[in-house]
Design a protein around this ligand. Structure first.
Ligand code: 26V
Length: 815
């Protein structure tokens, strides 16, 4: 990595800024600077992409194709500069023109083409695949509007469109030569007549609507290598952009209808709620993604290898959740109908190529599609799903005779009400491997939602625990800590690519000087966050207070509401004994609620109502502050994770599949208060459970409590602290203008409490007392912070990708 300033590169960059903006660099707008720097990186990346694709082709290399409806990439410039070794030249050029490099970087909008964990995981994976030199394509959609921008008005979430492409995207490379046709609707012509046996025969689908898919490439640099990964995002256009006959009649709506229908595909990312509205468009998006991607990879395979006999051996196709599961019938269709392969051979190729990751156990998030909708939009695919199903059920009947209950449960078709196709089973039976994303999640997956399939196909299921890229989440986000690691560990080999080297820090946990340096880095990051809070919200927070941070999508199972109950209890305790020596805390919460998720939105409102009361009460001044930072996303996360003292991971045990924020916090030296859930378990095991603040019921106890009949009201009756908290909220203590605003929310807790907040409340409070006590001993706290960092070596997405390469994709494992 060149760390010195290259004067030629600096001069080139200055010249580029001038050429692109038509003004001298000291007068060029910051946006022009950002774009010029991005274009400079893109030019270099395009060369590297070309070299990588050529050498992979010459080597006949196996490739992985990561199909995902979401890639939450965030900003790209800082990461690209670091990977290309251009950062010193960039800073120097900015300096010479009297510009602040940080301000230039801030001009770049986030590419927020994802909802949360699943989309960000895909982005970390691309970074690791590039860095490991694994030949890889990410395939997604080029959404015009990403995750909505969250504004807060009078304490309530307001969604605004995220118009991230408004000024163009300096990173993307349009590939007009990569164009494929994608059909919808119409009918299927029989080359043979229907009937079970004929279902595997080639048929001709005549779609009634034809769109074109064109590729836009975003090149992902690897770190410390010339290798790159390619994120290929599809853009739809109509095959007939204008109906001239309709235009001549003056019927402009009809004249432009095809164009509009095409443009809708790329319109906007769907939020992660399972509401039924607009579902048809979502299905069209999913099919558009998989059809274009498979046609692209088949064309490349034919160029490289001549025929499709080796498709499954040379192309790994990974389904990021079931959102791209239509790839299964689409690949079958392409092989059978377009490439004249036999049924058995086509199915064998599918199984060799496909693998599938499940990211949630929540039943409401398991995708199904109404049969009539599939029949209308994708008639040939529905036939193929039936064909797959009848063969699969025949095998099940042979293996387990006489169990029609089992047949109904494992069928690809849910016949319990209106008929639906179940997308997870479709993905399972056509894949060679199915994985969960943490040890606990993978165990629960085969014990609960996929229990029947796991009995029938025991070798298909496995675990690959998630990870995060240390380049973004440590090197880029936390410059002071990164510098310190460079000093202490050196850079050969670089911890940025060999994260297990963090283990070498463990002996330094008792080194007073090192601990002081770690604390100084933390203090710096807390100052930065405090400044951001003051700038955005006009709120002063004390950087020496304990920063207690809960950031993630707002979901009932993630229990932001439990955090609020804890805050209210603390508030009441301080008010009751103001003379006591309370440890000052700043509670920071951030996260978006899906637009149709009313309870999640109400929780955001409650956080604001509680914050308004707490932050304006002189009795708690200097001891408790509550901050909600709007518009949580990748870039805000890069400020929040490094500034946290305490990481809140408080989901009901058994509900958070893995979590990845938990890893980002610990990597940046925060201690975790959390339940025994997801990957937090493996983190605690790596660091030492005694260094975590674990509380609450574990997954087994959660199951048992539910089975024996959970009665939330008994906790209310028996715990005066809890009762006072719930009574205050329900009676309008935090919403005096509308006292019954939260009555329904509290009634839900008392009557049902699906996520067992009341059962875990007392133990959560007890754990928070332990947190306070440790924070009063800064050396002891710092020691644990260092041990946490030292234990995070295994949670690099490089390790995750090596696991996938070895156990699922059967690709040479990069070292
Ligand atoms: C659900 C839906 C439902 C319908 C519309 C679109 C949509 C989009 C996203 C989702 C949620 C997918 C599940 C998910 O994000 N799971 C998270 O995956 C992370 C990475 O594996 C994991 O760390 C989190 O624990 C898990 O909640």
């Amino acid at each position: 990595m060149p760390n010195s300033i290259d004067p030629t590169t600096t001069a080139e960059l200055l010249a580029r800024v001038e050429r692109e903006s038509g003004r001298t660099p000291d007068h060029s707008p910051l946006d022009a600077w950002m774009r010029a720097a991005a274009h400079a990186c893109r030019a270099e990346l395009a060369e590297r992409m070309n070299a990588a694709l050529r050498s992979d082709r010459e080597a006949g290399a196996k490739r992985v194709h990561y199909l995902s409806m979401e890639f939450l990439m965030g900003r790209a410039l800082s990461n690209a500069l670091a990977a290309l070794g251009l950062e010193p030249a960039f800073r120097e050029a900015a300096r010479q023109a009297g510009r602040d490099p940080g301000e230039i970087l801030e001009r770049e909008p986030d590419a927020a083409l994802g909802n949360g964990g699943l989309g960000r995981l895909a982005a970390c994976f691309l970074d690791s695949m590039a860095t490991l030199g694994l030949p890889a394509f990410g395939y997604g959609l080029r959404y015009e509007y990403g995750m909505f921008a969250q504004r807060i008005r009078d304490g309530e979430q307001v969604e605004e469109p995220d118009d991230w492409l408004r000024d163009g995207n300096p990173w993307e490379l349009q590939r007009p030569e990569l164009r494929f046709e994608v059909g919808f609707g119409g009918a299927v012509q029989g080359l043979a007549e229907t009937g079970t046996e004929a279902l595997g025969e080639p048929r001709r689908w005549i779609p009634s609507e034809r769109l074109h898919a064109t590729a836009w490439d975003f090149i992902v640099p690897g770190y410390g290598t010339r290798r790159v990964a390619v994120l290929r995002q599809w853009q739809a256009s109509p095959s007939q952009p204008i109906d001239l006959a309709a235009f001549s009649r003056g019927d402009y709506a009809a004249a432009g209808a095809a164009k509009q229908a095409a443009e809708r595909i790329n319109w906007v990312l769907y939020p992660d709620d399972s509401t039924a509205t607009g579902r048809r468009l979502r299905l069209r998006q999913e099919y558009f993604l998989v059809s274009a991607s498979l046609q692209d990879l088949i064309a490349r395979h034919l160029e490289d290898h001549g025929d499709l006999q080796s498709l499954g051996a040379k192309a790994a196709i990974h389904l990021n959740d079931t959102h791209p599961a239509l790839a299964v019938p689409e690949l079958l269709r392409l092989l059978l109908d377009e490439h004249a392969m036999s049924w058995d051979e086509a199915l064998a190729q599918c199984k060799a190529a496909f693998s599938y990751t499940n990211h949630t156990l929540l039943p409401e998030a398991l995708e199904t599609w109404p049969v009539p909708m599939l029949e209308e939009l994708l008639p040939r695919h529905l036939e193929l799903i039936y064909a797959l199903n009848s063969r699969f059920l025949a095998q099940v009947r042979a293996a387990v005779p006489g169990d029609e209950g089992l047949i109904a449960r494992v069928s690809l078709i849910d016949e319990s009400g209106q008929r639906h196709v179940r997308m997870a089973p479709l993905s399972i039976i056509a894949s060679h491997k199915v994985n969960g994303v943490s040890k606990l999640h993978s165990e629960l997956m085969v014990e609960t939602i996929f229990a029947d399939y796991a009995k029938l196909l025991p070798h298909r299921f496995c675990n690959v625990t998630n990870g995060v890229t240390p380049r973004r989440w440590l090197a880029q986000a936390n410059a002071p800590l990164a510098r310190l690691l460079d000093q202490r560990l050196g850079t050969s080999p670089d911890w940025r690519t060999q994260l297990h080297r963090l283990a070498e820090l463990a002996p330094l946990a008792t080194d007073a000087e090192f601990c002081a340096q770690v604390q100084a880095a933390k203090a710096h990051n807390k100052q930065r966050l405090a400044a951001r809070i003051e700038h955005e919200l006009g709120l002063c927070v004390d950087p020496s207070s304990l920063f207690d941070v809960h950031i993630k999508r707002i979901h009932e199972y993630k229990r932001q509401l439990l955090k609020v109950l804890d805050v209210v209890a603390r508030y009441q305790a301080i008010c009751a004994a103001p003379e006591q020596d309370w440890l000052p805390r700043t509670v920071v919460i951030a996260g978006k609620a899906a637009s149709a998720y009313a309870v999640a939105k109400l929780i955001i409102r409650l956080i604001h109502d509680v914050a308004a009361v707490v932050n304006n009460d002189p009795r708690v001044a200097g001891r408790l502050r509550v901050v909600f930072l709007p518009n949580y996303g990748v870039s805000l996360g890069e400020v929040l994770f490094p500034a946290a003292d305490l990481s809140e991971q408080i989901s009901t045990a058994g509900t958070e599949a893995s979590g990845t924020g938990n890893m980002k916090f610990a990597l940046n030296g925060a201690l975790t208060i959390g339940t025994w859930d997801g990957a937090t378990i493996e983190m605690a095991e790596a660091v030492g459970r005694e260094h975590f603040f674990i509380f609450g019921l574990d997954a087994v106890r959660v199951r048992d409590l539910r089975a024996q009949g959970y009665e939330p009201r008994s906790y209310y009756n028996n715990d005066p602290t809890l009762r006072a908290v719930l009574d205050a909220i329900a009676s309008g203590a935090f919403s005096p203008a509308e006292p019954d605003r939260y009555q329904g929310l509290i009634a839900r807790l008392l009557e049902r409490d699906t996520y067992l907040l009341l059962a875990d409340f007392a133990d959560y409070r007890a754990a928070q007392v332990r947190v306070d006590a440790l924070y009063r001993r800064p050396e002891a706290w710092a020691e644990r912070a260092v041990l946490n960092i030292a234990g995070m070596g295994a949670f690099s997405s490089d390790r995750t990708i090596r696991d996938y390469a070895r156990t699922i994709w059967a690709m040479p494992t990069p070292d």
